[in-house]
Design a protein around this ligand. Structure first.
Ligand code: SAH
Ligand code: SF4
Ligand code: F3S
Length: 441
């Protein structure tokens, strides 16, 4: 069926920061076609940029589509054109077209073709592209436009680790590093567009390397020389790719922030082995010791899965004891979710939901306790805070400390300022600061 070519669009991204980045780049693509960004409720074209990492992701996509269509019917408007992008599109593309009759399905490695797919759909042709082409999509994307004080920059995609619970190697494909020069150019463009902080992204960002044998630390040192770029972060790292060069960079690159998200997933070697994590509890702890030698104040973050198949109470106790040993500044924790096509989904001894609930509660209580303690330990100190956005209350601004803590401030500060604040109060999720003086913006 022929449809009007969309004039307005909205992109809704779910899942990880790489999806947020992809969503921004898709929005830039559509804007480059002369389309205008509007709210999803009013858009001619709605791009749902989906995540497949845990349960019910696909069902959520179907209910989102149903809700969008119903809302339009109620308001007696034409149905929007719907494009499903992201990891659910990659994993379940055909099923989505069959069940929900969406107009476009596009995978994470093919979204540079989105304008062509939208045109094809408007002309009534089937529009599904979940190819993982050898030539990278990045060369076909428009230049970066205006961005806020903090920006994401994907430098590495895909994953070759095949943890037994995880869909990412299937939805994002093999590990690929973008070229050095392309990344440096994009970083400069982001700084020109307003960024003061860049977070380098990859599912295994610290596995970044190029044909000349350069590693992520070489890239970080090159970005450190870009005038106007005050802060560099990177996420997510795998413990086994944490090379000495990168550890050393934490000791002497001033713009590299003292924060490391280094997921461990579990504290028991038996579970780590069944997960195919390829690191042990002990190798992980020894790695943290090496990092703390060069950067004693580094704030650590992690990801945890409770209730992996076969996880006993004794195994789980080892996760709790690892948390006690490390003292995370913040962390994410999830109940294990069987994903179709992954080895763990077929393992025996799946854990009962009630047991998972109870373990997750205990783990989160421990993680919250440590996060609050980490924040409380900052009270009375001064630190540089990058102002990122407006807070919820009038006159309130929100920024981040070097250790990625959210800091609320009510003084006269502007977006993009880096201000020296005295930290006066701390809750579990944020701190309160008072401006001492503003450094040059
Ligand atoms: N590449 C990163 C992040 C992958 S996805 C890494 O290796 O750490 C983000 C987090 O989701 C993972 O770290 C893991 O904790 C969680 N996760 C992945 N698959 C999951 C599953 N099947 N069930 C529950 N949590 C999962
Ligand atoms: Fe998934 Fe493991 Fe790869 Fe992370 S390292 S993306 S958890 S397979
Ligand atoms: Fe989700 Fe895909 Fe990211 S599954 S976590 S959006 S890589």
């Amino acid at each position: 069926m022929v449809k009007p070519t969309p004039k307005t669009f909205a992109v809704k991204s779910f899942g990880c920061q790489m999806n947020v980045y992809d969503g921004e780049r898709m929005a830039e693509l559509m804007a480059g076609q002369g389309m205008t960004a509007v709210d999803a409720a009013d858009a001619d074209l709605v791009v749902l940029n989906t995540c497949h990492i845990r349960e019910k992701a696909t069902e959520k996509v179907f209910s989102d589509i149903g809700r969008l269509r119903k809302d339009r019917r109620v308001r007696a408007l034409d149905a929007p054109m719907i494009a499903v992008a992201g990891c659910v599109a990659q994993a379940e593309g055909e099923e989505i077209v069959r069940r929900a009759k969406v107009d476009v399905v596009v995978g994470p490695q093919a979204y540079h073709n989105l304008p062509a797919l939208v045109s094809a759909a408007a002309a009534g042709a089937p529009a599904l592209d979940t190819d993982m082409p050898l030539a990278s999509k990045f060369g076909a994307l428009p230049a970066r436009r205006r961005v806020g004080p903090t920006a994401f920059l994907t430098v590495q995609e895909g994953c070759d680790k095949f943890c037994t619970y995880c869909v990412v190697p299937y939805t994002r494909g093999a590990e690929v590093s973008r070229p050095f020069a392309a990344i440096v150019d994009e970083a400069k463009a982001l700084v020109d567009a307003g960024a003061r902080e860049i977070t380098l992204l990859g599912q295994n960002v610290n596995a970044w390397e190029d044909a000349d044998g350069r590693g992520l630390h070489d890239l970080i040192r090159a970005l450190d020389r870009i005038p106007g770029l005050a802060r560099i972060r990177y996420t997510t790292s795998h413990p086994n790719d944490m090379k000495q060069g990168l550890i050393d960079a934490h000791g002497d690159v001033e713009s590299l922030m003292p924060f490391l998200h280094l997921p461990v997933q579990a504290g028991s070697d038996r579970v780590l082995k069944a997960m195919n994590r390829s690191h042990s509890r002990d190798s992980y702890l020894r790695l943290l010791d090496r990092i703390r030698v060069v950067r004693p104040d580094i704030a650590l973050s992690g990801d945890f899965i409770v209730g992996f198949p076969g996880e006993s109470e004794a195994d789980f106790a080892e996760t709790l004891s690892l948390v006690d040993t490390v003292g995370y500044a913040q962390a994410f924790s999830f109940k294990y979710s069987p994903r179709p096509g992954t080895p763990a989904a077929d393992m025996g001894d799946q854990i009962a939901p009630a047991v998972m609930d109870e373990r997750l509660q205990r783990l989160q209580a421990a993680l919250n306790r440590d996060q609050h303690a980490f924040n409380r330990a900052s009270i009375g100190k001064t630190c540089a805070v990058l102002i990122e956005r407006r807070g919820k209350n009038a006159g309130q601004m929100l920024g981040k400390s070097p250790w990625l803590q959210s800091v609320l401030v009510e003084d006269d500060v502007a977006l993009g300022d880096i201000v020296t604040l005295q930290l006066t109060d701390a809750g579990p999720n944020s701190l309160v600061g008072r401006a001492l003086f503003a450094t040059a913006a």
